[in-house]
Design a protein around this ligand. Structure first.
Ligand code: COA
Length: 700
């Protein structure tokens, strides 16, 4: 773990390229540090000036003669290496390199960045940036950026890969009165990256929630490790841009085609317990809610409203967001029935009805908030004539304060009439929205975080020690020695068996007699498939025959499979025909693996067979760290799950056997980094057990 204390709470800061000229970055930085109320030592560095912003200036950091924690670079890129060298000699700990003109411009800039990293490494200095806005910590306080303002003191740590976004968010936050603990622009991430700053923010006593704007992740494993630890302390929310399928390579495997880099980010963030915001609005809605409201313990939500329509809108939204309308306890319903007029709805949504004065809000909120069956509350208000809206807001605040374990969000629907009430809610930490859906969406994000956090806390990697790794390695070596990267069917089936993934037994036959012998050894009926590493989709070329029940049928199939395949793919290398025991028909599934350049192997599960690409019904998890709970959850996310549970009177399939098979595929992919592609498609699921019919493994 990197120690960023001396970066975020430095005792001394040098500004290299500090300037007296307004408009220059070196001017803005020194003035910002000064204006932020920074209490440490400030050393402007400038070859020509004896004094800048009221501080004694030095021609070089080497002339300061005192310890320097941080040097902020405001000099042109061309001067940066010489300046870094001087910083190293002066014993500087951290470089904040605002200067642009590095990796982001390519070519020479890339080289310059490498050289800068080398100098920093030589002296044990850490780099933030280059090409960034700088760093703020409002509690230190220090504003070592060239933004126009300092952020308001608060509890949100914002870490951004875009400096421009930093200044925009900052400006917006000032208008909105939103406070930050840290405001970090990470720039090119030449050295310190998102993982380092997540660790630092999670350790910061003033940070209650960590928000990130990311375009990419430098080191997938480190990111996950840092985020998994952080999310046990504070909520972490990521808005990830650049999510188009451009990152998904056109893979020949089914799984590869289903996965894009966006899928990998989804899987990785979820595994780390991080909430992924779909929009920037959601990022900050959640950030605000997390700083003031508790993480709900469960997904049972109650709605309190004074009007039917919005109550229905919120109820719909609760259901469509996967939350539950709380079933109020009998005694609470009784209390409501005694205290509210007969026209009121005393069940969820609790409707105090249109003629309500604020006291009915008090009655309803006090009652539902003490109900143990409630985890979260949505308070809706329409500005009717009898209602004192500010009073209703105050009762909401009081009830929330009295029940600190319940998350409360509100929607005061309207404009001018509700403004004062909404303002009061805001000032008292109750997130409030003009319409019900975003209120529910915020609650959903908070509830989801609670669920993910529990999963992370409980889930350790699911490992199997009854697998034969050495024997699998021997098969891979043999395949390579044969000049291939794709395993033949029988080889892949054997690999599966060595990892106790139940595969249909099969044998390779290079002539018709051998095929008959294989069929007789396996027992009729059999399936026969072309054995060629060059033919990917065997059915399409007429390379598969099923339901062969006699010797004659096997001989005939052998010849026709060879003929069809040679005709369709004249240049394919053919090893013969695979003879496989014909398994009874089951529900068709796929288990697969796709590799992500950042996060490594991902395990996929979904509907299989020939419909796999059509249905696009697959869920993904990272193979690394895959827990049993994650496997169980990934199955429930698919449409296939409906079938597995037993659809329309059919017997349910053996879900525990399936869970285990997926776990074992995960282990296989973790054990062998050299597996480039893996598809088990179809897998037949039965009420008892399952069978992998077609295992495809391609090596790197
Ligand atoms: N040591 C100390 N000071 C030095 C120096 C050195 N080796 N070399 C130059 N300086 C001084 C200059 O004399 C000047 O001071 P002055 O105003 O008193 O003359 C000051 O450093 C700045 O140098 P200058 O040449 O005027 O550069 P600049 O201010 O025009 O540009 C940067 C410097 C860093 C702003 C510019 O190179 C840059 O990278 N801009 C883009 C920054 C950016 O967008 N970052 C990403 C944001 S998200």
């Amino acid at each position: 773990m990197s120690d960023l204390k001396s970066l975020l709470h430095p005792k001394s800061v040098a500004v290299i390229g500090a300037s007296k000229t307004p408009g220059k970055i070196g001017y803005a930085v020194i003035e910002n540090i000064k204006a932020s109320g920074y209490a440490g030592e400030i050393y402007p560095i400038n070859p020509r000036e004896p004094e800048i912003s009221g501080y004694k200036a030095y021609p070089s950091v080497r002339d300061v003669g005192k310890p320097i924690d941080v040097a902020v670079f405001c000099v042109p890129a061309g001067a940066s290496l010489a300046v870094a060298e001087e910083c190293g000699q002066a014993g500087v700990k951290h470089l904040i390199v605002i200067t642009a003109g590095f990796k982001e411009i390519g070519g020479e800039g890339k080289k310059l960045e490498q050289d800068l990293i080398a100098i920093a490494k030589k002296y044990g200095m850490r780099i933030t940036g280059p090409n960034n806005l700088g760093v703020m910590d409002t509690h230190t306080p220090i504003n070592a950026t060239f933004a126009k303002d300092m952020a308001i003191k608060g509890n949100i740590a914002f870490i951004s890969q875009s400096g421009a976004l930093c200044v925009a968010i900052l400006d917006w936050s000032l208008q909105r009165g939103l406070g930050f603990s840290q405001f970090i622009s990470i720039g090119n991430k030449a050295d310190l990256n998102e993982a380092d700053f997540i660790e630092a923010a999670a350790d910061d006593p003033n940070t209650k929630v960590i928000c990130l704007y990311l375009e990419d992740v430098v080191d997938g494993d480190r990111f996950i490790e840092a985020a998994r630890k952080a999310t046990q302390k504070v909520p972490v929310i990521v808005f990830k841009s650049g999510i188009t399928a451009a990152g998904a390579k056109a893979a020949s495997s089914h799984t590869g085609a289903l996965a894009g880099s966006n899928t990998a980010y989804d899987a990785a963030l979820r595994h780390a317990g991080v909430i992924r915001a779909e929009t920037m609005t959601e990022l900050f809605d959640l950030a605000i809610a997390f700083t003031t409201q508790p993480v709900p313990k469960g997904k049972n939500v109650v709605v309190v409203t004074n009007s039917g329509g919005p109550g229905i809108v919120a109820s719909d939204s609760i259901e469509t967001n996967g939350l539950k309308m709380a079933q109020l306890s009998e005694e609470i319903v009784k209390e409501l029935s005694e205290k509210l007029p007969p026209a009121a709805n005393i069940h969820n949504p609790v409707d105090v009805v249109g003629d309500a004065k604020s006291d009915r809000y008090k009655i309803a909120l006090d009652a539902v908030m003490k109900d143990p069956a409630v985890d979260g509350v949505v308070v809706l208000l329409s500005p009717t004539a009898p209602l004192n809206i500010v009073e209703a807001a105050q009762y909401t605040i009081d009830a929330s304060k009295a029940n600190p374990d319940k998350a409360v969000v509100a929607s005061f629907i309207g404009g001018v009439k509700v403004e004062a009430g909404a303002k009061l809610l805001n000032e008292n930490g109750i997130p409030v929205y003009p319409f019900p859906e975003p209120a529910v969406a915020t609650l959903r994000g908070m509830i989801r975080f609670g669920e993910l956090r529990r999963e992370v806390a409980q889930g350790g990697e699911w490992t199997f020690d009854d697998v034969d790794k050495a024997a699998v390695k021997a098969i891979f070596d043999k395949v390579r020695a044969d000049g291939r990267d794709l395993l033949l069917g029988p080889e892949a089936a054997e690999v599966a068996e060595l990892y106790k993934i139940p595969a249909a037994p099969s044998k390779l036959a290079d002539n018709a007699d051998a095929a008959v012998a294989a069929a007789e050894a396996l027992g009729y009926p059999v399936v026969m498939k072309i054995a060629s590493p060059d033919i990917m989709h065997k059915t399409d070329v007429g390379g598969v025959k099923v339901g062969l029940k006699t010797k004659e049928e096997v001989v005939e199939a052998f010849h026709s499979i060879l003929e069809n395949s040679k005709k369709a793919e004249p240049n394919a290398k053919i090893y013969g025909v695979e003879v496989q025991k014909m398994m009874p028909k089951g529900d068709e599934l796929i288990i697969g693996m796709a590799k992500d350049p950042t996060f490594g192997p991902m395990i996929a599960f979904g509907s299989g067979g020939i419909l796999v690409n059509l249905l696009q019904d697959a869920s993904f998890r990272l193979a690394k760290g895959l827990s049993k709970a994650e496997v169980e959850e990934m199955i429930t996310e698919t449409k296939a799950y409906t079938i597995l549970k037993g659809f329309r009177g059919a017997a349910p399939d053996d879900i525990p056997a399936l869970v285990e098979a997926i776990g074992r595929v995960g282990q296989l992919c973790r054990d062998f980094d050299d597996i480039a592609e893996l598809d088990v498609n179809p897998v037949f699921a039965y009420p008892k057990g399952l069978s992998a019919l077609d295992v495809k493994i391609r090596l790197k």
